[in-house]
Design a protein around this ligand. Structure first.
Ligand SMILES: Nc1ncnc2c1ncn2[C@@H]1O[C@H](COP(=O)(O)OP(=O)(O)OP(=O)(O)O)[C@@H](O)[C@H]1O
Length: 520
């Protein structure tokens, strides 16, 4: 047991004298200082009169106020205080309530001594981490980042300069960069600083719209122009007159549609599907892609003339691993955002957690960082994200000595004194299994989580779901189903019987799906 642990105080609150006695003996023999209270009210009184325990172990059902009410009163006593609830009734409701109100954990009676000691030690160690997770110097003033783009790295400063240069003109801008780097934010920022800021900003994700609908989406259609066109529809370009249209994932646009976009850029006019009338539109185009358009042009997958029209100004948004120094500020900004939106109440990150966040390579870029910060803030028990709150893949990235950006944080003496064993395995899990960096073609995006990633299945689904929602994908289940089917077919070298077996579906269903895919 560490020196700090021997100094730690545990307050045991239970109306059963035998429990108070046995817990005091077990935990007292581990070197903890023990205080007891026979009711929630007495426990609260002790705290009010100056007792500062590191851990409170509190019974749920007592005469007088309940354990949960006691917890609610005591929670605010100190941000590093941990509370473990004890109950003889392990209902889902107790567990959910306990965690909802910020308990560290709960244990079932009758006690298993080893389990009690294990939970108490973990809770105390969490409390120590919290104490040492001092606020790293706040560099981000939330109000300064109304546009939501955080970053002071040289690479981002370059981006900001170009935004400033292009904003006032009406020129077309091509924004490139890996998925999740913030291309849409950049496009919005150009719009906000442009002379068209009073007009509409319309974003279209070209990869999310099926090829047969994209023209109608962009240019509108006349009633009866195709099956299903029951009414006239005004397209995005028309809706966006005098404004700015953001064509996201332009590299996924079919050649036929590319030709029509070229016409808008050259002539400033469109035709609704099913109409011969030309309509003038005054629209500034900002396009974005995570694809290599130059190679696509060489391979005749992207029109060269459109490429030159779009590439009047080019902004390359650096990947997050090229600007790791921005990570602490982005994390801070995201936490402030979560607090403002009342999604979490975490305001700090411990130095070793920040170290791990900075060491990780972020194949999904800022979007992935946002998902991780959100998830970690939700599972964090106090007001700080600790190393234990991070997903395994990211925890595994921690480097032995703090990364440059992490050194901005106030040093965490606890972690510096004892580097975690995880440091030995270092960056391996994430470096060896990068996520795909190119956005997959619609309608079947490549799964963003590689199969070898050492994270739990629910975490994979959680991440995948958020990624797809971020990309505003619809029909998520069928997208995933298609990926899985194609993966199984690949793995089995086209053996449908074996693929169906792996997937747990009948061969007929598999065949039906494959037919559907090939006819799309
Ligand atoms: N510099 C930044 N500071 C704070 N948040 C950011 C930053 N860059 C991106 N984000 C956030 O990351 C998420 C992804 O950003 P965005 O959608 O702009 O990326 P993208 O490059 O357009 O992605 P895709 O290629 O998949 O369309 C958004 O939630 C955005 O708010």
């Amino acid at each position: 047991m560490s020196a700090e642990a021997t100094m730690s105080t545990i307050l045991i609150v239970d109306d059963d004298e035998e429990i108070r006695y046995s817990l005091s003996r077990v935990l007292g023999s581990r070197g903890y200082q023990i205080e007891t209270a026979a009711s929630g009210e007495e426990g609260i009184e002790k705290i009010k009169s100056g007792l500062k325990p590191d851990l409170i172990m509190c019974d749920v059902r007592m005469g007088g106020i309940s354990g949960i009410e006691t917890l609610q009163h005591m929670r605010s006593a100190s941000s590093s205080l941990q509370i473990v609830l004890m109950t003889a009734f392990g209902t889902a409701q107790t567990a959910i309530e306990a965690m909802k109100f910020g308990a560290y954990d709960y244990i079932m009676k009758p006690f298993d001594v080893d389990r009690v000691i294990e939970i108490a030690e973990k809770a105390i160690s969490s409390s120590q981490d919290m104490k040492s997770a001092k606020q790293y110097e706040k560099k981000v003033n939330y109000e300064d980042y109304k546009e939501g783009i955080v970053g002071s790295s040289p690479a981002m400063q370059e981006v900001f300069k170009v935004i400033g240069q292009v904003a006032a003109s009406d020129a077309t801008v091509l924004v490139t960069g890996e998925s999740g780097t913030g291309k849409e934010l950049i496009a919005k920022s150009i719009y906000q600083h442009s002379l068209r800021s009073g007009g509409p900003f319309v974003a279209v994700n070209c990869a999310a719209i099926p090829d047969n609908l994209i023209e109608s989406e962009l240019f509108g259609h006349e009633k009866g122009s195709f099956t299903g066109a029951t009414n006239q529809r005004i397209g995005r370009f028309e809706q966006c007159d005098r404004g700015t249209i953001f064509l996201d994932e332009i590299g996924d646009m079919a050649l036929a549609t590319q030709t029509k976009i070229l016409r808008v850029l050259q002539e400033g006019e469109i035709q609704r599907v099913g109409s011969t009338e030309t309509i003038k539109v005054d629209v500034r185009v900002i396009a974005a892609t995570n694809k290599d358009l130059e190679t696509m042009v060489e391979e005749k997958e992207f029109r060269e003339d459109l490429y030159y029209r779009l590439n009047v100004f080019r902004i390359r948004v650096p990947s997050l691993k090229e600007r790791k120094g921005d990570i602490p500020d982005i994390v801070d900004f995201m936490l402030q955002n979560l607090v403002k939106e009342r999604k979490a109440r975490v305001t700090r990150v411990s130095a070793d957690a920040l170290n791990a966040l900075t060491a990780y390579n972020w194949p999904g870029n800022v979007r992935e960082l946002g998902n991780v910060v959100y998830r970690s803030a939700v599972v964090a028990q106090g007001d700080a994200i600790l190393l234990k709150d991070l997903p395994d893949t990211i925890r595994g990235s921690r480097v032995a000595s703090p990364a440059p950006a992490a050194s901005q944080a106030v040093a965490d003496p606890a972690t510096q004194a004892a580097p975690a064993p995880a440091a030995a395995s270092s960056v391996a899990p994430t470096e060896s299994a990068p996520m795909p960096q190119e956005a997959p073609p619609a309608p079947a995006p490549v799964l963003p989580v590689p199969e070898a990633m050492p994270i739990s299945l629910p975490a994979i689904y959680d991440k995948l779901y958020h990624e797809l929602r971020e990309r505003q994908e619809l029909r998520i289940l069928s997208l995933i189903e298609r990926q899985m089917i194609e993966r199984a077919i690949d793995e089995t070298g086209g053996n449908q019987a074996r693929a169906a077996e792996i997937l747990g579906i009948t061969r007929n269903t598999l065949k039906k799906r494959l037919d559907e895919y090939s006819s799309r």
